[in-house]
Each structure stands twice: as structure tokens, then as C-alpha cells.
Write a protein that binds this ligand. Sequence first.
Ligand code: PMP
Length: 305
Amino acid sequence: MNSEERLIWFKGEILPVTQAKVPVMSPMAQFGLNVFEGLRGYWDGQDIQIFRFHEHMNRLMESCRLVGITCPYSADDIAGFSRDVLSANKYRCDVALRTTVFVEGEGSWSSSEPVDMFIAPIAKQRNKLDEKTQNNACVSTWTRINDNTMPPRVKLGANYLNGRYAHLEAKRNGYDLPILLDCRGSVAEGAGACLFLRRGNHLITPDSNSSILESITRDTLITIARKMGIVVETRKVDRTELYVADELFFCGSAAEITPLTSIDKFPVGDGVPGTLTLKLHDAYLRAVDGREQGFNNWRMPVYNI
Ligand code: PMP
């Protein structure tokens, strides 16, 4: 299917993505006044399982609350619309879904209505990793937005411009991906993903007060790792800990698990994806498509309900 034929759910209708239009003067178009979720659905051989749908909806509703807009739909409504639009596209594969609540009309940045929503699915395979995967990261000179300026806890379209500066700088300087520090100098996260490091036997991730998005994948990996008997620390992380880490990886619904093999030209471990990283990646994929039975309440079936 080419992208022109892709169907999206837009303001109560299912229509080709090319026909979904918002006014150029809308706060969404002008100021990035939209809150959204990036979800994944994984094909288990018989059905698509949307991963941690309810946690994504909770975060979406929190984002709406914090930017002062009222989502016109409930989480149950959105579950139904998501199923409808996946069925309309006849997807029988791994997918990504972008669910976006936006302010349209012709108001300003302070307008709170009219509010509506789209749900845009796309076929997207899970990441394949092997020992040859390479990603060179840098610590950005840009600071991560913070709770008193642009709260990173809110998944707001406009927040992504902070990550954009960092990403463009990283690319200009020959790196693949940036890591941002928070306004106190502690490690925060990537431009669109959270971060884990391994030091010795401990898996460490910046705590939820380190200017991060409260990532659902981060929570998933903390749970999976603890179940595997690994000690997980959520705490402030110093920049230099990145340079002495044995393993380093990003995580997120889109990033899944993305190993970082160098940081500011220091090789991470042996300069190849670490064994714990690969093990967690495998455990993560087994949880999302149900091969690992322990996490059944994390999956929401699309077709067989
Ligand atoms: N941080 C940022 C800035 C992100 O955009 C994302 C992706 N949504 C994440 C972290 C990871 O969040 P999640 O695991 O909930 O997808």
C-alpha cells in the first residue's frame, strides 16, 4: 500500500490520509498545539496486539490536562476507533499508530478549542538487531526542556523542537543520535527515547525527575529486567557515567531497544551492542507479541475481541 492509499481515522471518519486537512491558521499548525501518543501493534501470527494501550491512553489524558484541553473521546472510544482504522487498512503485520489530539480552528496559542483527533496507523516492522549494529551518540550542547519551562512529561508536539536542535547538531557533527542533559547537568534522555546504561551488574536509568518523558517502554524494561533478576537503579545519572558505561541503549515505542556503541567517541564496552542489551531486546519482543506469557495484560487484541 502506498502512503496515498493509507486510511486514517480523522474527526470521526475513516478517509485517505491525503484528504485529512487542518486549517493552516490553527494553533496545531502554527504553534504545535497537539498532544499525541506513538503506539505499536505487534502481529502475533493471528492478530495485532496493541502494546500497553491503556498506559498510552492515561498519558494522553494527562497531556491533555496539562495543556488545558479536553479530549472529546474516552480511552474506550479510542480503542474502538483504533480497531476500526486498523481493520479498514486490512493490516496483518506489525504496525505503528500515531494518536494525536489537536486544537484546530483559527485561534491562538492560548485557545483550548475546537479539539479533535486523528489516529494514523502505518505498517512498521519491529527492529532487527545484531552484533554489527552501530550507533554513535554524543552529549548535546542543548539542554533538555524542564518542568518549569516546557514539561517533558507532556507529550506535546511543540516539545519535539527541543530534540530537533539536538538532533541537527548531532548530525552536523557527524554523530547519529544526541543525548540531552537536564538543566541541572544530569543525564536526561534522547531526542525521542529514554536511556539505559549498564555498569557492572546494575542497569541504570535516569529517574522520572530528570526531565524525561515518562516512557512506557522504560517502565516495561524495568519490569522485565527485574523479573530476570537484574538490579535496576532509577536515579540521577552523571554525564561521565555514560563514558564508563559497559552498555548503553535508547528505548521507546519507536526506538524499541536501540544500542549506542559509542558516546562522544568513547567506545561503549567493546564498541558493539552488549549482551544484556541484546537479551533485553529479545525479552521485549517476546513480551510484545505474547511469546512470553507473563505479560498478557499489556496486550490489547485488535481483531479477536
Ligand atoms: N522520550 C521522548 C522524548 C519520546 O519522544 C519518547 C517516545 N514517545 C520516549 C521518551 C519513549 O516513550 P515511550 O516508551 O512511552 O514510547
